[in-house]
Ligand binder design. Sequence first.
Ligand code: SF4
Ligand code: SF4
Length: 359
Amino acid sequence: MARFQTITKEKFAEFVYRLLKNHQVIGPVRKDGSMQYHYISDPNQLYMDYKGHTLLPPKRFFFSEEEVLFTYKIKDGGKDVEIHDSLEFIRGLRVFIGIRPCDIEGLKALDEVFLSEFHDPYYKSRRENTLIIGLTCNEAAEYCFCSYTKTGPLISDGFDLLLTDIGDFYLVEVGSEMGSKLLDLNLDLFMDAREEDIEKREEAIRNVRRQIERYSLIDLTDLYKPMVDSFEDSIWEEYGSKCLSCGKCNFACPTCRCFDVYDDPNLQGDEGRRVRVWDSCHFLSFTRVSTGEVFRKERHSRLKQRLYHKYCYSIDEIGRISCVGCGRCIDVCSAGIDIREVIKRVYEKWKGRIHTSQD
Ligand code: SF4
Ligand code: SF4
């Protein structure tokens, strides 16, 4: 049985103030004209009324856009190498406030990659030391479609606490033992939730779902066969001819996790650093191999790769699609490519072919 509490917005500011005394706190702030997740030093910096998603997803706080994995020194004329890893252990606990349900699901998808067969120590240390206080939406943004990817507007796990704005209060659902402990340590600020508080959350979620479902879409968790059958469809060339291969959709995506690793030596070549940076499957260089060949030369093949990875290959790899319906890739695309429209058209053409073959 889930535990629910409420807290007034005024007391929530006090709660954040207390968190800041002992922890690093990250949350949604308004910065340079957009909503961004950022470290905060004052509860007043938080902007909890934001609509839809932030500009970039939370992944950069766990898997940085650029990070030094280790530094090295070549010694004894090349006979020995001294390595200092740059693994940064977070001291104590970090608290991440205001993450949307779709972004929490995005982190769960990253967990399947970075904490599964192989453990990425950089990601792991940050993930294990970060407490997640989610925030459900009260209003969907134009491009949100999480209800079609089954990653929102309400989720059942992946958070320590989950807030819903219900007017002068937040309804708080406890999602973990850590979340429960945090509440118990600050119990003077919280009250037991009433049945009507929980009903208010249900109503808010229903509203958001209605807003999202004004754009009618299919169940995107069930596209495996239509995608497999549509590999040679001309639709890919159509959208590929519009795509600029800028990679913005990858960088804005909460689940895109491809990276490149390079060495950055000094001029003498006797010391340097190994760096990891985000990469993009839209870049021509992405499939370049040591012989110089590029396996996805055509622009459409790269656009296609991204979408197949999201809705098809990902099911083989991690057992779930890698799209959480945040809509960021639609928001940032300078070519106006809308992933919902592409997929819908692929599906409808596939359905048409199936019907024709059955007639
Ligand atoms: S953001 Fe748009 S134009 Fe840029 S790579 Fe992605 S689909 Fe292509
Ligand atoms: S593919 Fe687009 S809509 Fe789906 S999770 Fe990535 S950025 Fe969000």
